[in-house]
Design a protein around this ligand. Sequence first.
Ligand SMILES: Cc1cc2nc3c(=O)[nH]c(=O)nc-3n(C[C@H](O)[C@H](O)[C@H](O)COP(=O)(O)OP(=O)(O)OC[C@H]3O[C@@H](n4cnc5c(N)ncnc54)[C@H](O)[C@@H]3O)c2cc1C
Length: 463
Amino acid sequence: MGTPTPPDDVDFGPLRDRLRGRLLRPGDGGYDDARRVWNARIDREPAAIARCTGVADVVAAVEFAREHDVGLSVKAGGHHVSGSAVRDKALTVDLSPMDWVRVDPDARTVRVGGGATWGDVDHETAAFGLAVPGGQDPNIGVAGLTLGGGVGWLSRRDGLTSDNLRSADVVTADGELVRASGDENPELFWALRGGGGGVGVVTAFEFRLHEVGEVFAGSLVYPAEETEPTARAYREFVAGAPRETRLLFGSMVLPTSSYYPEAVRGSRVAIVIAFHAGPPEEGARVLAPLRGHGDPLMDSLRARSYVDFQRAGDSGGSMRTSLRSQYLRTLPDPAIERIAAYARRAPSSGATVFVSPRGGAETDPAPDATAYPHRDAAHHLLIETRWTDTARDDEHVTWIREFHEAVRPYTTGDVALNFLADDESDDRRRAAFGGNYARLAEVKAEWDPRGLFGPIGPAGPSA
Ligand SMILES: Cc1cc2nc3c(=O)[nH]c(=O)nc-3n(C[C@H](O)[C@H](O)[C@H](O)COP(=O)(O)OP(=O)(O)OC[C@H]3O[C@@H](n4cnc5c(N)ncnc54)[C@H](O)[C@@H]3O)c2cc1C
């Protein structure tokens, strides 16, 4: 795409007339809310935001951007840490009004609007004892998470979110509505499952559903001094864990809520969050060896509904955030020691470290079966910090960068697209697609030859 026309010269009036939803310009009521994304460090000012109520609005926005040479970005849940959903001086296609969800319990499928969140989907599917493996925070957008691969509590049993996609409706750069599935436009369908979405605007997703009712899940909490032995207990347990079981090992500061015992509220702890997607009595049996580790300060493992466990992942509103994602082939003792050392040096209570196991259905497909390539690593390590005080930006960003460098020798060099930050190198951007980059570039060249939807992967700040 050539240099976009300066937005001051563009008359957005004709687009406003074509939309059923609102067109928001700087200064309009609702503009600031609509441009906000989850990472509060991102402060971008689109030339206009089209609040799309359906496919016709999306087509109108795409055609307008193409005809007037205006840059375009697509926003669903706005949770990508890079803030790629909004770009300065571009037209934002805001899908959040398209949050409909329709379950077909007999066919075990669900169709979801391009602006729905995981909270919307879980609410509807839980009514039928069904679920799509989806995000662990109810506020995350279905669209961004699915297009980046998507992993959730059910993934070791039922696969990545994108592995459960049956079809998608896509508005192309030409403003046409096409369907992508295994039979229709299969290369486009391949690219949508992990390629990040820069090939069109997905207006609807159709997923396969899986049975899930009561699960056995909760946390085991240990003093921070127990970080190394707890990580080793996690490593030992996951090596033989069944597909129904998923664990997170982490270091975090517990909230101050009365849900937690007084002794641990507001303290940094080592934590294992465990989940078993089979009958609760089976889950209790399977997770029993974990309970044998150490002397937990708190044990909240119990039978509970899947949807309640999902809702408990709500991480609240927007915060300043910095993070790094890395895959690990193994988790040797020296890696555990470095992780524990950096966790002890955390700059504030918003700093977390989480290691999660891969395997099971999550890694069954071949690396080129879909655009999501990371099918062989044994663990994923996410280091993240959230804060509010702008004066402490450097301190937090430095901790993340130094931590990442310290564990780099133990990583595969790959990165999850869903956790690719805006300050990453070109090598890391490519590493999000592994060996699938060239094929993705071919799909991009076919469906978006002028680059209307920006580069492959999360886009930069400007149009
Ligand atoms: C608190 C938190 C918890 C998280 N938990 C998980 C988790 O459990 N599992 C996991 O896998 N990931 C998780 N993530 C990462 C998450 O998957 C990504 O942030 C994801 O991109 C969010 O999707 P979104 O729709 O909210 O994002 P957005 O920022 O709206 O979109 C992300 C990218 O996708 C593009 N896009 C969005 N919608 C469309 C569309 N319809 N068509 C074409 N392109 C589109 C956007 O342009 C943007 O580049 C988490 C993130 C946060 C902040």
